[in-house]
Design a protein around this ligand. Structure first.
Ligand code: CO
Length: 240
């Protein structure tokens, strides 16, 4: 409280504003330094980057600032197509994620699609709270649905932290299934044997990626008992 009151003095407000300005300006300094580091190694770097993109990966991750896609995968710009949202969800009525998947599969022809969740995920944690969270309710309900689908397993875990970590993993697994349900993925796999869908969890406490080793082929086969959209539509069927 005392610190808060101190911040209210005019001098400190100026200082605080200045501190934010410095941070904001630093971003552009960082950007210029980054450009220099790239062009020092390869003077045509940005000319090549501007030409086209041919990423082999589509990464669908959480918006959490601690899980930057390129960085944790050690990939350069141009190597991974990225979509992020709260809780790394693939909701079939979300035009945003569905457009990303469709474009990545049908146009970019990515070889791998990764859903990457992370432990310490605020979205997953919020979905475990018995509380009306307002505008977040419909979005987080997708995670509560994952809980309901796996309630026997999750309720059998007595340690709350372990239960929460398992929900992070099961949420990734279910979002992978949602991707496998799409016509774009099924038709491309039928024709090209790609993309392969993978589920990962990023462990913030050590920086390592954990592969949940989802059996893509077996899951696809199982999913297609109900959600078989692999026959090309008139729009895409003539490509064969
Ligand atoms: Co998160």
């Amino acid at each position: 409280m005392i610190t808060f009151l101190r911040l209210l003095t005019s001098k400190n407000i100026l200082y605080t504003t200045f501190a934010f300005m410095t941070t904001y300006e630093e971003v552009f300094e960082n950007n210029r330094a980054w450009v220099a580091s790239k062009t020092n190694k390869d003077k045509d770097y940005f000319e090549k980057l501007a030409r086209d993109q041919k990423p082999d990966f589509l990464y669908i991750g959480c918006s959490d600032s601690r899980a930057p896609a390129n960085e944790i995968m050690g990939l350069e710009p141009g190597e991974v197509f990225v979509h992020r949202n709260v809780g790394n969800l693939v909701v079939n009525t979300d035009l945003n994620v569905m457009s990303v998947i469709n474009y990545a599969v049908r146009n970019l022809q990515v070889k791998h699609i990764v859903v990457c969740g992370h432990y310490n995920c605020g979205g997953v944690k919020a979905a475990m709270v018995s509380e009306d969270l307002g505008i977040l309710n419909p979005w987080l309900r997708n995670i509560r649905d994952v809980f309901r689908l796996h309630k026997e397993e999750l309720f059998s875990i007595t340690d709350e932290e372990k239960r929460y970590k398992r929900l992070v993993e099961l949420n990734v697994q279910e979002q992978c299934i949602n991707i496998i349900k799409t016509a774009a993925v099924q038709q491309s796999y039928n024709k090209n044997k790609f993309p392969i869908v993978h589920g990962w969890v990023f462990d913030l406490s050590c920086g390592l990626l954990k592969d949940l080793e989802i059996d893509f082929v077996a899951t696809l086969k199982d999913i297609q008992k109900i959600y078989n959209l692999s026959n090309g539509s008139s729009m895409y069927g003539n490509e064969e």
